[in-house]
Design a protein around this ligand. Sequence first.
Ligand code: CP
Length: 314
Amino acid sequence: MKHFISPDDISDVQELIREGLAQKENPFKDQQLGHQKTIGLLFFNSSLRTRLSTQKAASNLGMNVMVMNVGSDSWQLEMEDGVIMDAGKAEHIKEAAAVIGQYCDIIGVRAFAELKDREYDYREVVMEKFRQYAGVPIVNLESATRHPCQSLADLITIEELKTKARPKVVLTWAPHFKPLPQAVANSFAEWVNLTDYEFVIANPEGYDLSKDFVKNATIVHNQEEAFAGADFIYAKNWSSYEQYGQVLTQDPAWKITTEKMALTDNGKFMHCLPVRRGLKVDDAVLDSPASVVIQQAGNRVWSVQAALKKILEG
Ligand code: CP
């Protein structure tokens, strides 16, 4: 594998899930692979899980790890070509990515959507500039439109917990007061679409995700209808794709409750975290045996370790 930016970079999702589970079973079996190799982790945005799980995974593979918060630890980076750099941004991505590529064998990048201009965000400018100029493999640690390390961990978790060959998986919008990116929801949709699971997306009117990610998933605007008989409930907030970056509703009727979970087939509750208790989901759900959010977050180590292993081998 050359990069891990989107599912276009992988050949077989089931094989990658199996690799994640194998890494979990024996975390140090490939420690020689990363010997004398360095990974640089660049964060344009905050992180808890992604930062620590990627550091741990790289360390398990024997790699040296460098971490930098871009903009606060480093110079602010200019992404546009042909501009006169007479404002706050002191370094251009062309030099910065190429220089970091001199120091690192792999670069991980986190750069969220700005939610101002849909066309700009969906061009994945930051990730593509790193791919273009760094000269080394790039790992997507959550970009404007995708979060593949999270999605692979989600599929590993479903694989561990499913009780039927073709579970019903529901991605549901949940309320939030801030405009959040579509990346986690987009990515979960496109990775579940690589499986043969029954896949339903529930969201209010005006919150349909891009068709490029949803593909043939069933979209419903009635959450209780979606929950009926579900095996997995994956809750996430996202801002509107159609009215880009807008919060169209904060309707508390979309919060995940014990009563709604009772509509499922003993369904498991999933969320990528961080989660705002009481706003998106009731404490009683998060604190119940149905919640698998900690196992899911734990699997972030094994998903990125599987991806890094494939890159180191490739
Ligand atoms: N789920 C996730 O990516 O968590 P962090 O934002 O804390 O890395």
